[in-house]
Design a binder for this molecule. Structure first.
Ligand SMILES: NC(=O)c1ccc[n+]([C@@H]2O[C@H](COP(=O)([O-])OP(=O)(O)OC[C@H]3O[C@@H](n4cnc5c(N)ncnc54)[C@H](O)[C@@H]3O)[C@@H](O)[C@H]2O)c1
Length: 347
């Protein structure tokens, strides 16, 4: 296979990646893959004829075929990137892994935890990289926030709440919970470093039968921490905001802000200081700090990480196990949603 010359003078083998699905999001994935050094995309599979034509026109060097079977078994391919609707993820990823391909699957990894567990086992037995597109784990502002949490800058994390709402895109084959919440759940599990013991979710389907447009999800953690996630595609605002309350400081990550994505509030409540009639808690109102975040496209960083893991054999930050944890939470949330918001324990 063709060697690629890197800046340090070393030669590295080109990684050949096939992509399945070039729909609304898949287009962005392909654009990034095409521009990664040391990567080639010889073939793309897409079921839709119009998209096949436009992709072939845009990337004349790429063979565009109509079915995934034509690419997953191709011996010239090292890895497969799957950007198709979630209901297809399990079968396509299983097929790719069984052909010995490193596999990247868009979020959510699967729709059933049992299927996600099968993929994890398959990848681990074969020594293959299995990565899920939990893109916020590669987003510079979220990485900066994670650094601050790990450095103890907020003190002990107490609780968090996240809002991911806008008007549209209304999906027809998945609800707002499965469409949006994989992002928030993956981030909260990553920031908290623990898995919830109980999940509770309420929601409602207004536009289409049985497909919830809005969901309110509560995660209860063994440590006593709480997280709340509000997702909707039927909302007047476009909000992408995560609030973290720590024992020393509080922080807000607003992804709609172009520059000042993180604000750290030196605010809190101390115990034991008598302030006046009826008060034995002291409120602290300190400075608000905006840490500098060097932004870059999170999708590019995510795909670079996938390629790096293939080269080095290391485990991705959002590996199959991470994907499985998120699917388990969503599966319990879905159960709770369908049972009028009844809490569901996570085994
Ligand atoms: N990380 C993010 O921020 C983000 C954002 C949007 C979507 N996504 C994820 O990306 C995935 C795709 O979403 P989308 O919005 O692009 O959906 P989409 O419906 O626009 O595109 C999916 C494409 O896959 C094709 N397809 C389906 N089955 C196929 C098969 N067996 N073989 C070949 N092609 C097939 C369809 O023809 C379609 O063009 C989903 O998992 C979604 O959750 C991630």
């Amino acid at each position: 296979m063709d060697p690629t010359l890197w800046g340090n003078g070393m030669t590295e083998r080109t990684i050949r990646i096939a992509q399945v699905g070039v729909g609304n999001w898949g287009k962005n994935v392909l654009r990034n893959l095409m521009s990664l050094p040391g990567v080639e995309v010889p073939v793309v599979a897409e079921a839709d004829a119009t998209l096949r034509q436009s992709t072939a026109r845009q990337y004349p060097g790429v063979r565009v075929v109509d079915s995934a079977e034509q690419v997953t078994g191709d011996p010239g391919i090292d890895a497969v990137v799957i950007a198709t609707p979630p209901r297809t993820h399990f079968a396509l990823a299983q097929q790719a892994l069984m052909h010995g391909k490193h596999t990247f699957v868009e979020k959510p990894l699967t729709l059933l935890a049992a299927d996600a567990a099968k993929l994890v086992q398959e990848a681990e037995e074969r020594g293959l990289v299995l990565m899920v597109g939990h893109i916020l784990e590669y987003h510079p502002a979220f990485l900066r926030m994670k650094e601050m949490i790990d450095a103890g800058e907020l003190g002990e994390l107490l609780y968090a709440y996240s809002t991911r709402v806008n008007l549209g895109v209304v999906r027809r084959d998945e609800n707002a919970l499965w469409s949006f919440a994989p992002h928030d759940v993956s981030v909260i599990l990553w920031f908290f470093g623990e898995t919830p013991s109980q999940v509770q979710c309420s929601g409602q389907a207004y536009l289409q039968p049985d497909i919830e447009d809005v969901a309110f999800l509560n995660l209860i953690f063994p440590s006593g921490r709480l997280a709340h996630i509000h997702v909707s595609w039927l909302d007047p605002h476009k909000i992408r905001r995560l609030t973290l309350v720590g024992s020393r400081k509080m922080a807000v990550l607003d992804d709609m802000e172009a520059m000042e994505k993180i604000r750290v509030y030196d605010k809190g409540v101390g115990k034991g200081t008598y302030l006046g009639y009826g008060e034995d808690l002291s409120l602290r109102f300190g400075d608000i700090w905006v840490p500098y975040v060097q932004m870059r496209e999170p999708l590019r960083a995510e795909l670079e990480h996938f390629v790096e893991c293939i080269r080095t054999g290391s485990r991705p930050r959002s590996d199959g196990r991470d994907g499985l944890r998120v699917v388990r939470v969503l599966e319990c949330a879905q159960q709770s949603l369908k049972h009028g918001g009844k809490p569901v324990p996570l085994d």
